[in-house]
Design a protein around this ligand. Structure first.
Ligand code: F6R
Length: 279
């Protein structure tokens, strides 16, 4: 895991937007996995700015959101479809038909998951997945005790998640079930960016990064992913034992990246640039 610690939320979002925009420039038809909630709002604002300045286009981008409330129609103000329209899609040149959420209103919830998985597969798979983390360590709506191999399916939310989400939608009755990508689905993404800011995330971050891999901390599954970057502010990083080491690695890797590019850039062109006959 690459752990990057920044002074504040704004710097976290700046760095996140830089990484996402690098991918979009290099691969204009990339497939992005998106999250809702407070964590990515500043990131989305930055991406909108990049778009408005003509630096990136989303014309050929496809997106798959992590989750959607069960049985909530896309027009409902509490739906994640509305969230995405409001905070990102309405402000960029993305084709709405290229934006997917696991919408379940009026359909058999058991079929929504397999259909969503098939849609992700048909897109060629997720190049970069954006994640937030719940105070209880959830990613997507994979609450503690979720199978680390789970695929997109219906999940019942914990009381703490319902209460946390209520803060975003104060005047609306909050749904208590959702359709979410599974942990296995998330782990299939080629690259993962996990965002966490604020002191209230510090315990979940500590368990996810430095605790044992366990279904009690769903985000800890990311320790087994090859290519995860964790973007934290000081407060979210405050409980990490290896803070000083992460900062040291970050400062060292800046030099390597400046000289050789980052691994992801190399990775995208691996087939064409690496001569396997070379020593
Ligand atoms: C959102 C999602 C959730 C949130 C998490 C953190 O689509 O799947 O896992 O990322 O609950 O939420 P915030 O960012 O509001 O603290």
């Amino acid at each position: 895991m690459e752990v990057l610690i920044f002074e504040n939320e704004a710097e976290v979002a700046d760095q996140g937007a830089l990484l996402v925009s690098e991918l979009v420039k290099k691969k204009p038809d990339a497939v992005l996995g998106l999250a809702t909630g407070k964590s990515p709002i500043l990131l989305y604002q930055n991406l909108i700015e990049y778009y408005k300045r003509g630096q990136i286009s989303f014309k050929q981008i496809q997106t798959f959101n992590l989750d959607e409330y069960y049985g909530v129609p896309r027009t409902h103000p509490a739906s994640y479809r509305q969230f995405m329209q409001t905070y990102l899609f309405d402000h960029i040149d993305i084709e709405v038909d290229n934006t997917y959420l696991p919408e379940s209103a009026g359909s058999n919830p058991r079929l929504v998951g397999p259909k969503y998985e098939a849609q992700i597969k048909a897109s060629g798979g997720i190049d970069l997945q954006i994640l937030g983390i719940g105070r209880n360590g959830h990613i997507g709506f994979n609450e503690p005790s979720s199978s680390l191999a789970s695929r997109t399916r219906i999940k019942t939310l914990t009381e703490s998640t319902i209460n946390d989400n209520r803060l975003l939608q104060e005047d609306i009755e909050m749904p208590d079930m959702a359709i979410t990508m599974g942990i296995g689905t998330i782990m299939d993404a080629h690259r993962i960016l996990l965002f966490a800011t604020g002191e209230n995330k510090s315990k979940a971050v500590k368990a996810a990064l430095e605790g044992p891999i366990s279904a009690m901390s769903p985000a800890s599954a990311l320790q087994a992913h090859e290519y995860v970057t964790v973007l934290l502010d000081e407060a979210a990083a405050s409980e990490l034992e290896l803070q000083a080491y992460y900062r040291w690695v970050h400062s060292k890797s800046k030099g390597i990246k400046a000289k050789y590019g980052n691994f992801y850039e190399i990775d995208l062109t691996i087939d064409s640039t690496i001569d396997l006959t070379e020593d």
